[in-house]
Write a protein that binds this ligand. Structure first.
Ligand code: TRP
Ligand code: ZN
Length: 885
């Protein structure tokens, strides 16, 4: 909680640290009602600065200082200054040691930052600025140190004692306690520190690195979860191999550990050698986790593992550079997931997510550049922009430099900066130097917020056989900047002829064979490319693979989109053409609804999707993506003013039309795939994910028919499925159906069967919270009283509250403002216990500019109420004040 007015921190104010910490020796005495932390820091004046000895100002929050010594001298009250955030001492020589002892209270830490307890075990979360809640320190990523950690705790309650690096010694302490010492040979900033003490079991395996070193791999979990670790272990081994093969990166310690904890603010954390994971990002087995959960585990295990190089060996100089590690690591984990599954489907899912959620962030009050220039609370900047758009920026470098050029750049980056804390500029510099290119203009992607628009027009000259494409780019104003300079926008493209073939894409002045696809670099506000020897007016396929995070517009008509759907050689663009067609059709329906007209749907969309469904050659995962209509959230994002009711009505109408028109094929494909699922054992692999995905989307369409045979099929699948993917979909279609009695029966059966598995109960909460049927808020409020629910657990908050406000738009945006009031009440409550979670649940209210004036007023009133509610954490304060600015 804040005691002074939160203040803005600026990148331009960055200064190198006055002092360095060569060694950090930590001793933790863990007790049930307090913990003592003794810290010895071996320090020296930063040799890059002058020889003066300024005061040493250490970060520290909520610490009870027990003793402090500078060198051999115990300091007394007059020798140092303490306030709520700092300890200041006055060194008398350039090299010295500093000893502190503090008392902290992990047992009452509900913010889940620093040292805290989760399900009876001790664990830590130090990124970004949690270490200062453990001990006095220079808690900034450019201060890197060698850590030695000793922990002692009750032997029975905490048989496992872990920290970063290698175990070096352990032993008993009195009758009941024991201790262990860990040494991390690698220099690291404090945000990568971790410790764990608990009653844990582990699954152990091995990995032999490319140079032949054997690494021990361990996944620690609570005993009842020991049967749910295999998927994460396999994912880890695949990640380690992939990073060697694709990036040439080898693991560097003799042991790599993952610990699963139930109470965690985010997905997982890459602490050196000791990753700590939200249990939802580790535990997975067929009976309890969906296919999506399996894929999420694989991706997050990879992400955290990849951080060992992109984040740990090379870290960030300051938190403004967060995307240096996060954008790059997301790019790396996306490449891994693409290689493990279908690359096109992975790209489709990533782009749909980016366009829906990151674009909305980029257009809202919290919009910021990939490298922000200021912040109040860094926890608020672990955003879709820093992560997902940051990954797109790295992806554009990959597109512009090609796979080999990119690899040369990443090799140089890792080699040049190993052991350093660096900036996004250093990353781009390595790419430039390795490839002999100038990326000055490209770097605007790091400094300019907002989603660029790229409007494209064409002109064909039959006599000259030339085809011109003119690109006009612009970028809307964002809270940080009004006028934007042109970006470098790589546009991967091709030209289709009337036979569905790719034409040569030769530009004026070029010789020889240039092939049928290329990447145009759009660098100016307006720029024309002239293609020559174009025998007929072509249809352009633009931004293939979504080669840049922009909003592209080209005046395609619906027949042209259907043509691209069928003939484009780029799988991503075939999907995108389908989406654009669906958007046009849905927007027409939205217009009809608003005009009070009867809804009439363009039959071309039905025909197009019917063709997709009839095509046995298509990957079922791709069919599933093609059949998925743009979400309500996406339709909201692309609306000038989002009409909540019209969007919902139009989309539901379209789904019903599709279900009725395509009933027979859907039914046939459902039955065929359910038949295979029934007779094959569950396998967590792409081909099986794909089959179940198609089976399940078919079931959810079929259920809209209300026919008794579909109800029976859903009940059969619910009762007999041997895996959570099929069971949960069956539950969801029942929950969203008018069959109330059958739904209630299924919900009760499910809850009884899984009441002891919190992760499964999260899915049970989430399915109900997301149901668009009337009365959504009342259902959510009732569920908050369920014994399995607690506001103390972030997964529960996300499952129930997050799903309601994020996915159940028709209920959340109820015209009476009840949804807004509910979220505001919760934010006020969570602000006092867990500011990070409070601030995240606030996001839907910050989007008020998208709605009609009545809803705007209601949403703003709730933001005002939060602002006036008393002592706000810096997290909530920043989001509320920026949203109302
Ligand atoms: N670095 C983590 C990641 O891999 C992010 C993270 C985990 C985090 N826990 C956190 C960030 C708590 C802020 C607060 O993406
Ligand atoms: Zn990360």
């Amino acid at each position: 909680m804040r005691t002074e007015q939160p203040k803005m921190i600026y990148l331009k104010d960055y200064q190198a640290p006055d002092y360095l910490i060569d060694e950090t020796h930590l001793t933790f005495e863990l007790h049930d009602d307090h913990t003592l932390v003794h810290t010895q820091l071996v320090m020296r004046r930063n040799p890059e600065l002058d020889a003066s000895l300024p005061p040493l100002v250490l970060d520290g929050q909520a610490l009870e200082l027990l003793a402090v010594a500078l060198g051999d001298k115990e300091l007394s009250a007059g020798d140092y200054q303490v306030d709520d955030n700092h300890l200041t001492v006055h060194p008398a020589s350039a090299s010295f040691s500093l000893d502190t002892s503090v008392r902290i209270h992990p047992e009452t830490n509900t913010a889940l930052e620093g040292l805290y307890k989760s399900s009876g075990m001790f664990c830590t979360q130090c990124e970004a600025e949690g270490f200062r809640k453990i001990t006095y320190y220079l808690d900034r990523p450019d201060v890197m140190s060698r850590f030695t950690t000793t922990l002692s705790a009750d032997k029975l309650a905490y048989p496992i004692l872990l920290s970063n690096g290698n175990p070096v010694a352990s032993g008993p302490e009195g009758d009941d306690r024991h201790w262990a010492t860990w040494e991390d040979p690698f220099m690291k900033p404090a945000y990568l520190f971790a410790l764990v003490a608990g009653d844990l079991w582990c699954v152990e395996d091995k990995f032999t690195t490319m140079s032949g070193r054997e690494v021990t791999l361990r996944i620690y979990v609570e005993p009842e979860n020991i049967d749910k670790c295999q998927h994460a272990m396999t994912s880890l081994q695949k990640s380690m191999r992939w990073d060697e093969e694709v990036y040439g990166r080898e693991y560097d310690l003799d042991i790599f550990m993952i610990v699963a904890v139930n109470d965690f603010n985010m997905g997982a954390m890459e602490n050196k050698g000791l990753n700590i994971f939200n249990s939802s990002a580790v535990l997975a087995r067929a009976e309890t986790a969906t296919d999506a959960a399996h894929q999420r585990v694989e991706a997050i295990v990879a992400h955290e593992y990849f951080h060992n190089w992109s984040g740990n060996r090379v870290t960030c100089r300051d938190w403004f550079q967060l995307s240096l590690k996060e954008g790059f690591t997301v790019f790396r984990d996306s490449g891994f997931s693409a290689d493990m599954n279908s690359a096109t489907v992975k790209r489709i899912q990533d782009v749909a997510f980016l366009r829906t959620h990151q674009f909305a962030e980029d257009a809202g009050p919290m919009a910021h550049a990939v490298r922000p220039e200021s912040f109040i609370e860094i926890s608020n900047f672990y955003t879709l922009t820093v992560y997902e758009k940051g990954s797109e920026v790295v992806g554009m470098l990959h597109t512009l430099l090609g796979p080999q050029g990119f690899r040369k750049g990443s090799d140089l980056y890792f080699e040049r900066h190993d052991g350093q804390a660096v900036t996004c500029d250093d990353f781009v510099k390595a790419m430039e130097d390795a490839n002999g290119v100038d990326l000055t203009q490209f770097k605007r992607w790091y400094s300019q917020a907002g989603t660029p628009r790229l409007a494209v027009s064409e002109a064909y000259d039959a006599a000259a056989q030339t085809y011109r494409l003119t690109f006009r780019q612009s970028c809307p104003a964002t809270p940080d900047k009004v006028d934007k300079l042109p970006f470098v926008i790589p546009v991967a493209m091709g030209l289709l002829d009337s036979q569905g073939r790719g034409l040569s894409v030769r530009l004026q002045g070029e010789e020889g064979d240039v092939g049928t696809s290329r990447v145009l670099s759009v660098t100016e506000a307006e720029q024309t490319f002239t293609f020559v020897d174009v025998p007929e007016k072509p249809l352009p396929s633009l931004l293939r693979g979504f080669s840049a995070p922009v909003k592209l517009s080209f005046p395609y008509d619906r027949d042209q989109l259907m043509y691209l759907m069928q003939h484009d050689s780029d799988g991503f663009n075939r999907w995108d053409a389908t989406q654009q067609l669906a958007v046009q059709v849905l927007q027409e329906l939205i217009g009809q609804h608003q005009a009070g007209q009867p809804l009439v749907m363009d039959p071309r969309l039905i025909r197009a999707l019917g063709t997709v469904l009839d095509n046995p050659e298509l990957d079922p995962a791709m069919v599933t993506e093609l059949l998925s209509l743009p979400s309500e959230a996406y339709l909201t994002e692309i609306s000038e003013v989002a009409d909540v009711e019209a969007i919902h009505a139009a989309r539901e109408f379209a789904r019903k039309q599709l279900a009725d028109s395509l009933f027979d094929t859907l039914w046939q494909r459902y039955q065929a795939n359910r038949g295979v699922s029934k007779t094959t054992e569950y396998v967590a692999e792409a081909e099986h994910f794909a089959r179940r995905a198609l089976q399940n989307i078919a079931l959810s369409y079929l259920m809209l028919s209300g026919r008794p045979e579909v109800l029976a099929a859903a009940q059969e699948q619910f009762a007999n499925a041997d895996n959570m993917t099929e069971r949960l979909t069956a539950l969801a279609v029942l929950v969203n159906s008018p069959f109330t009695a059958e739904c209630d029966a299924a919900l009760a059966t499910f809850a009884e069967q899984f009441k002891d598995n919190p992760l499964v109960m999260d899915q049970w909460f989430s399915v109900q919270a997301a149901s668009p049927l009337p009365g959504g808020l009342a259902r959510v409020k009732a569920l908050m009283q369920h014994p399995a629910f607690t506001l103390k657990n972030p997964n529960k908050v996300r499952a129930l509250i997050g799903s309601f406000a994020g996915q159940n738009l028709i209920n959340f945006h109820a015209a009476d403002g009840s949804g807004y009031r509910f979220i505001a009440d919760l934010v006020i409550q969570l602000n006092a216990t867990n500011p990070q979670i409070a601030s995240r649940q606030l996001a839907p209210l910050t989007r008020w500019r998208k709605y009609d004036s009545a809803r705007q007023a209601l949403m703003k009133a709730e933001l005002e109420r939060i602002r006036a509610s008393g002592e706000l954490s810096s997290d909530v304060y920043e989001v509320v004040s920026k949203s109302l600015a």
